[in-house]
Design a protein around this ligand. Sequence first.
Ligand code: BJ8
Length: 435
Amino acid sequence: MLSYIFKKRGEIIMADNQKMWTDLGMDLEQHDILCEVLPGAIGDVFLTQKNSPAAMDYFDMVLADVHGLRPGELVEFKKNGGKVFGTFCAYVPDEVIFAAGGIATGLCAGSQFWVPGGEKYLPANTCPLIKAMLGARFEKTCPFYRLADMYVGETTCDGKKKAYEILATDIPLHVMDLPQMKRERDHLKWAEEIKDLIKIVEEVTGNKVTEEALAENIKKINLKRQALQRLYNLRASKNVPISGTDVLLVSQIAYYDDPERFASMVNKLCDELEERVENGVDVAKGAKRILVSGTPMAIPNWKLHNIIETSGGVVVCEETCTGTRYFENQVDETGKNLDEMVQNIADRYLGINCACFTPNTARADDVIRLAKASKADGVIDISLMFCQTYDIEGRSLEQRCKEEGIPFLGIETDYTDNDAQQLKTRIGAFIEILG
Ligand code: BJ8
């Protein structure tokens, strides 16, 4: 039983991860089916791209052995007593987990493959991301879901809250009580929640979160954010040096790669892109520049980017949690003691503008600001099916874009390909009318 690794674009080698997957208690037969689909999907989306930067090789390699490479590292880490924490949301502060000597890893849920498994536990009219979370865990077909010692959830949307109750029947799960408003007292409350998380990770890892360790990890995660910000700044140049599909992959990998290695690989990519910008290299000459906003696109969800970029558009920015919401704003590094550092962490994370908050007008401000900064010709706002908060917010966002004279297209979709043709037609028509 084999997983496929693309060593370089177009070159496929095989890796045998069977023993690790068996040890993790995975359903190998079902997992084989997923492994068979993935290389085709990667080939269709990534290998058909022209003029992809050479430094994307690293991210392609990570993707091609997505269930082998990083899980293998985490398994080794656990053999030496390390603890792994699986997270689901951009609000959970990785700094705290790393400061306790643990490793945080995103638990992505971007594949239709996991949705039917989730529907055994949840109503069909639940957001596909949430259904995929449960499917990935209970169907035993994702090594990340298997190897995490604990999950860390958060009180964002109602669907996730209920899903965490079900997941907690199968794995230790701590839920952080995220405020739904951003008043001063909410900032203080979020700091208290982070202190609770510190206690939990200290208990699980057996390590204290010291001032030194927290300061060091604030810097470490900030460096990752800075690398991503650099990448996004380069996309804003007149000639587009990298496709949105490639950048989406980088953003998806950000959630589970080693933070230091990831930052250095993103910076390496940026060095290459800087040269491209100077030399006028454009991967999408004549294409219309699109800002994508809305719900996150967890790996391996490349559906919308692929459609946009094969319909005369190029994605130049994502106002999503697999985009700017993940890395904008640094944690203030001047905190002198644990209390100050925790408050600085709380303040940075509460700066994220998720539709779960009320009011959330700052998100529309973000979209307008980013559309202008990235010189977008239009905004495509995406809501995963049955995600009420993003769907509802789409209406006011459309209004704001209209007021600013920015063309806007709202889309509701899921992980299936059932609507792909229809979306191609709608997106193609939208791109046509962009001036
Ligand atoms: S900070 S966007 S990662 S909650 S799409 S599961 S909201 S029903 S993913 Fe999210 Fe954190 Fe917000 Fe970002 Fe619910 Fe909507 Fe599904 Fe969602």
